[in-house]
Ligand binder design. Sequence first.
Ligand SMILES: Cc1cc2nc3c(=O)[nH]c(=O)nc-3n(C[C@H](O)[C@H](O)[C@H](O)COP(=O)(O)OP(=O)(O)OC[C@H]3O[C@@H](n4cnc5c(N)ncnc54)[C@H](O)[C@@H]3O)c2cc1C
Length: 753
Amino acid sequence: MQTDAPILKELVLAGGGHSHALLLRMWGMHPIPGIRLTVISDHAHAPYSGMLPGLIEGVYTFDEAHIDIARLCIFAGARFIRGRVIGLDLAGKRVRVADRPPIAYDLLSLNVGSVPPTEPVPGADTYAIQVKPVSALLTALDSLLEQPKPPRSITVVGGGAGGVELLMALMHRFNATFRDARPPTTYRLVHSEAQLLETHHHRVRRTVAAELRRRGVELVLEDRVVEVLQNGLKLQSGSLVEADAVFWATGAAAPQWPAAAGLSVDARGFVAVTETLQSVSHPEVFAAGDVASMKAHPRPKSGVFAVRQAKPLYHNLRAVLLGEPLRAYRPQSQFLSLIGTADGRAIASRGPFSWHSRTMWRWKEHIDRKFMRRFEDLPSMEILRPNAAAPRTAMTGELEDVIRNHQFRCSGCGAKVGQGVLERALRRAIEEAPGSEPSEHVLVGLEERDDAAVLSVPPGSYLLQSVDYFPALLSDPYLFARIAVVHAASDLHAMGARISSAQLTAVLPPASSKAQEETLYQIVSGVLTALAQEGATLVGGHSAEGKELALGLTVNGWSPKDAVLTKNGMRAGDRLVLTKPLGVGCLFAAEMRLRARARWLDQAIASMLASNGPAGTIFRSHGAHALTDITGFGLAGHLLEMLTASRCDARLDVQCIPALPGALEVLAQGIASSLQQENRRIADAIQHTRSGPTDPYFELLFDPQTAGGLLASVPAAEAEACLAALKAQGYAASAVIGEVTAQANEHPRIVLA
Ligand SMILES: Cc1cc2nc3c(=O)[nH]c(=O)nc-3n(C[C@H](O)[C@H](O)[C@H](O)COP(=O)(O)OP(=O)(O)OC[C@H]3O[C@@H](n4cnc5c(N)ncnc54)[C@H](O)[C@@H]3O)c2cc1C
């Protein structure tokens, strides 16, 4: 839920674990005005621990067993930063994130889970499959399942509840996938202790051991793996056992960066927290789930606690912001575990109580599905509106001041952002920017701080210039800025220019000076990163305050006078080559309605981040006769512009047009960008044979793109080589989508095949 209040304080959630997922849901229903909530997670989908064994077993799909964190962020009005936390600057209150600028916080919460143990077992890193991160485990599993034959033997190392459930789930999955394999796969469990599941009652241990033996699992107890080899394991006892696939489930270790940053940690490196879930050493840092260790109440690492800690975490973070008293949380000492046995049954275990039955599995399934429904059944975007009744913060006085000042804020000079904010944000971003050679065509630029940039072009060249303006497409200002540069530069790449410089207009939402500086810093960092990739320099800009974050970019480039490529020049017989898949518009329309999957958006973002520069060079070297970039008018609109300029028709092979994952699915549900209708006004110029106006492929033709691909008219003899070069350059979805034909009537038309 969004609020219109100026941004005053930064609450940052690092990691998309169970506690943060639940917290986001609660926050979305009761946001605090003036607090900018930011979530940093290395994956947009977080696995739900209760369903993980079922996912491995094959009873749940990926979507059923994952929480869509990016979608929850939209619901909660939070910024979503796709990134891996690698450290903390506790003095400067910044979270360090891999491959991007750090994120500032006033209040920080960690829910990043645990990492595989770092015990120095030679070969474990190279040859064993670690159970964490789960995304890597699932990738490794998929690749084993795709082999023509199953592994001859599978060994799980670690006999806790996680290892036992994992082994049973793997057995079910491999036996079902390779039903007729001869000889069948053999299974083994290696555990260093004399008993499996030592934290459970002896009745549960006996049931589990008997169940594993009944299924033919070889149990190797009271022995340790001392080395993992390519096809086997060396044990402490001296035995050597064969193992084609080794899964490493020996328990949870702490990530190293919290301790390295100076946070107080327990003996194993987990963040030491009080009963209020605050760091013992840094009260402005909270931690929950596996990464936290409650000094007064040590508990095993389990998703159950991460879930239970969500409410106290939510309450206490709000309490700090609202100046209210914090609540102590005491985890229960006994809790119910439901251990799936991958045969339609589960073992219930709590203290001395245990029961292994189908009923227990049905109960577990009911609990898990109910839990996940909480993240699916979110209110739709239509009813997400500012919550007038949301509480004022403890910083009420401060908030009111900002609102009052905001109302009377000067709108002269384009409501410029304060000079101090601008200076500091620029200085920081420039200092940390990836180094790039200053362009020889910039005579006076940003460094000179003069009134205007002075630019030159090489003799015999033209100056090419293009301007674009974008409201924020993503909540992450850094990624948004990088995409904006790719989009703006694309117009020049389509005309064969080399980009030399750009000017930036940044419109920032009302916020405290500190919050505004942070937003601007992220934006300028993104612009500088993307311009460095283009070999271009930022030469100036303008900043202003507006209701929502938006960016304008003016991009300059040059091209030899005889090398400028235009839309005019197509010839009948040319092949039409498109470099990127379509679907950006409808996917982001679906995202606003909470109807897009984060993994679809991940792919859309990756596609948008790819510069069209190398593609432009490849097209020119293969003699393209005409070139354009696909943006707001969609494929049909931009193709028609080319056909009109060139006086040609085109035939499109609809099935060959690449689509982003999820795009056809959302179009089939009637979800489209608000520009779609306008773009469809040229639909009369399209003659459809097989696909028709109700076909999602047809709708895809009008889908507006941000940072879309290039569309080229390439001589037929060059098309194949050109396509191969594009694919080798990384444009994996590039395709020949049709051909140029002679104009049949007065008006150009597109025939769909
Ligand atoms: C095979 C297996 C089966 C299990 N089965 C169960 C079970 O049935 N029931 C149960 O209660 N527990 C189970 N567990 C334990 C359970 O998975 C963990 O205790 C639980 O996931 C911890 O939850 P969390 O919220 O602390 O962190 P996690 O669920 O691990 O979530 C952390 C999130 O933060 C993200 N993240 C991690 N590091 C970073 C970083 N550096 N930067 C940014 N983001 C980051 C991750 O992508 C992840 O989404 C099982 C564990 C395994 C390995």
